[in-house]
Design a protein around this ligand. Structure first.
Ligand SMILES: Nc1nc2c(ncn2[C@@H]2O[C@H](COP(=O)(O)OP(=O)(O)O)[C@@H](O)[C@H]2O)c(=O)[nH]1
Ligand SMILES: [Mg+2]
Length: 299
């Protein structure tokens, strides 16, 4: 057998909010490394999904979507995080929705004009394109926008064309030994991921504005013979939001806690006891210091 050289590198997944970046990474890794909701601003951190094979390791970088209005410290931080991921990438996956091209997509494309890494354009959500012939126009429109290394139609959710995308990735990675142990699927701890699962369920449960004003901090994560004990605080920005998060008779909080507990139990394969508190911290999202204290890394 010929000894083949190992390849390893970073694959940045970029695009406007909600195109399906986190879904793609979860599909490729085969596990939920990054939370997914139909709402923008769900991904706030740079999260790595590590895909290890016999001959290569692809490190996918999930990025917060790039925001046009960066008026809050939180949004500026998210934009900077996305920009750093671009600078470090060996390959860039520029993700859009197959049946839609918006000004926000155009903004992201313009940010790619200065990068040196090859860029693959992904037209996602093709399961929603009917008739399928409409894809041909979308593919040729995309090819005209830039000199892409490839233009590939996919469905991250329905796993369409994902295998052919994944098999292309290593050809763009540099020769290098693996950077992560084979069993590691993410750079994020189980404590971080537990907080994110709670935030996902909250975001799904609450209407529009509130999800952007809250964050979740796990204060206790302990294992004993009975399972996992998790205490988490939900931080909101204003008193008025506290009532909404708790809900009538505690209904919202109970529902969120139940959904999060079921998912965490399945993820870990052991019983989970989850306790949630809601607390107010004024304008944490516009305060750089608070952001760092709550786990938003400074780039
Ligand atoms: N129909 C369809 N929906 C998708 C697909 N990929 C993602 N979505 C949905 O699009 C929404 C945003 O997905 P998410 O991964 O959070 O997007 P991100 O903001 O780019 O990370 C979620 O409701 C996903 O379920 C897909 O291939 N087809
Ligand atoms: Mg995301």
């Amino acid at each position: 057998m010929k000894d083949k050289l190992y390849r390893c590198g970073f694959v940045a997944v970029v695009g406007r909010p909600n195109v399906g970046k986190s879904t793609l990474i979860n599909t490729i890794i085969g596990n939920k490394v990054s939370i997914v909701t139909p709402k923008p601003q769900t991904t706030r951190h740079r999260i790595l999904g590590v895909d290890t094979h016999d001959s290569y390791q692809a490190i996918y970088v999930d990025t917060p979507g790039i925001h046009r209005q960066a008026n809050k410290a939180m949004n500026r931080l998210m934009n900077r995080t996305a920009a750093n991921a671009l600078a470090d990438a060996d390959l860039i996956l520029f993700m859009t929705e197959a049946n839609r091209w918006t000004e926000e997509d155009q903004d992201v494309l313009e940010r790619l004009s200065a990068v040196s890494a090859p860029v693959i354009a992904l037209l996602n959500k093709i399961d929603k394109v009917h008739p399928r012939e409409a894809l041909l126009q979308a593919l040729s429109d995309m090819s005209a926008r830039r000199d892409f290394a490839e233009v590939i139609p996919i469905s991250a959710m329905k796993r369409e064309n994902i295998d052919s995308l994944v098999s292309l990735v290593p050809t763009y990675l540099p020769e290098s030994g693996p950077l992560f142990p084979a069993e590691m699927i993410s750079d994020r701890s189980e404590v971080f991921r537990a907080a994110e699962v709670v935030r996902e369920k909250l975001t799904l449960e609450l209407r529009q504005e509130i999800p952007y004003g809250l964050t979740v901090q796990v204060e206790r994560f302990e294992r004993d013979e009975k399972g996992i004990l998790i205490n988490a605080v939900i931080w909101v920005e204003r008193d008025s939001q506290k009532g909404i998060v708790v809900g009538k008779g505690g209904g919202v909080l109970k529902k969120v806690g139940r959904a999060a507990r079921v998912e965490l139990k399945n993820q870990h394969g052991e019983p989970v006891h989850l306790e949630l508190w809601v607390k107010v911290k004024n304008n944490w999202a516009d305060n750089e210091h608070e952001l760092q204290r709550l786990g938003y890394e400074a780039p």
